[in-house]
Design a protein around this ligand. Sequence first.
Ligand SMILES: NC(=O)c1ccc[n+]([C@@H]2O[C@H](COP(=O)([O-])OP(=O)(O)OC[C@H]3O[C@@H](n4cnc5c(N)ncnc54)[C@H](OP(=O)(O)O)[C@@H]3O)[C@@H](O)[C@H]2O)c1
Length: 314
Amino acid sequence: MTEHPSKKVFIFLNTDKHASPFDILKLIDIFPEAQILKYENITVEDAEKIVYDSMFPRGPKGAKHTKIFIGGSNFETINKILEKAKKCMFPPFELAVIVDPNGAYTTASAAVAKTLEISLKKKLGNLEGKNVTILAGTGPVGKTAATLYAMEKAKVTLTSRNSERAAAVAAAVNKKFKTEIVKGLKAETREEIGNAIKNAEIILSTGAAGVQLLPLKILEEYGERCRIVADVNAIPPLGVEGLDVNADGSELLPNIFGIGALTIGTLKNKVEKELFRKAAKASKGIFDYKIAYKIAKSLVKPETEWWTPTIPNP
Ligand SMILES: NC(=O)c1ccc[n+]([C@@H]2O[C@H](COP(=O)([O-])OP(=O)(O)OC[C@H]3O[C@@H](n4cnc5c(N)ncnc54)[C@H](OP(=O)(O)O)[C@@H]3O)[C@@H](O)[C@H]2O)c1
C-alpha cells in the first residue's frame, strides 16, 4: 500500500463545544486535497496527548505536512494549549502551528494595519506615540489589537463597562511588554466614553456584535483630536454610529476618516488565507498574531518611501 506522508493534514484543536465551520471551510477552499481532523471542547491536557499523537505516526517527513490549528473562544486556554504544544515538540518532529482564536488574531491584525495604512495615506505618520482608544477592548479582538498597538509603541486607552476588566487587560499587555503604555478605563456613560476618546487620535471599536458603542454626537462633542475611527462590528447596530461598513478612509465627520467593518473583514480574509498558505508551506513554526500582523502590513503597504514592513518584536 502506498503511503502519503506529504498529504497535508490540518488538526483542529478547538476549545468550543462545536468548532466554527468558518476556518474549516476556508481551508477546504484553499487546500481541497487536505485532510482535516477536528477535536472540540479541548483542554490543555487533551491537547498535550493529541499533539504527541500527531507528531510521530507519519515520521519526520509526514510531520512537515501535519499542521495544528488552535482555535475557539477561550483565549486563555488557547494560549496555554499553544505553550503546551511548543513544549511537546522537538526536532525532527516539529509541526507548524496556526493560532487564531475565533478569527481574533487575523481580525485585529487587519484592523490595526488598516488604521496604520489610513494614517500614512492621510500623512498623519505611523503609529508610534499615537493616542489610540480601543472601545470595549476586553474581548479577544480588542486584547489582540491592544497588543499590536503596544508593539507599535502607540499609547493605548482600552475601555470596558467594568473598570477591573479594563485594568486587567491593560496590565496583561503592559506586563508582556514591560511598559505602562496601555491603560484601562471604565466607559459606559456618555461622559465616560467622552473622557476615553477625548485625547484619541485613533479610535478602534471592538465591541460585541450588534452593540453600538460610539454615538456620533459623542464623537462630535469629544473627538476633537480624532483623525481615524474604525469599527470591527459588521452587525447592526454598528459599533460606531453612521460609519459605513465599506468605508475605507472616507470622512465620517470633517477631518475624521472612517474604516468600516467590511473593509476590515475583507482584509482579514486575505490575511487568514495567507496565514494558512505560509503555515502549509513551512515545515515548522508558530503562525499567530505576530505573523498575521506582518502579513496584514504587507498587504496594505501604502506607496510611501518611509514604510517599514518589519514589525518590532515584543
Ligand atoms: N470580520 C471578522 O471576521 C470578525 C472576526 C471576529 C470578530 N469580529 C467582530 O469583532 C468584534 C469583537 O469580537 P470579540 O469576539 O472580541 O467580541 P466579544 O468578546 O463578543 O465582545 C467584546 C467586548 O464587548 C463588550 N460588550 C459586550 N456586550 C456589550 C454591551 N451590550 N454593551 C457594551 N459593551 C458590550 C464586552 O466588554 P465589557 O463587558 O468588558 O464591557 C466584551 O468584552 C465583534 O463585533 C465581532 O463580530 C469580526
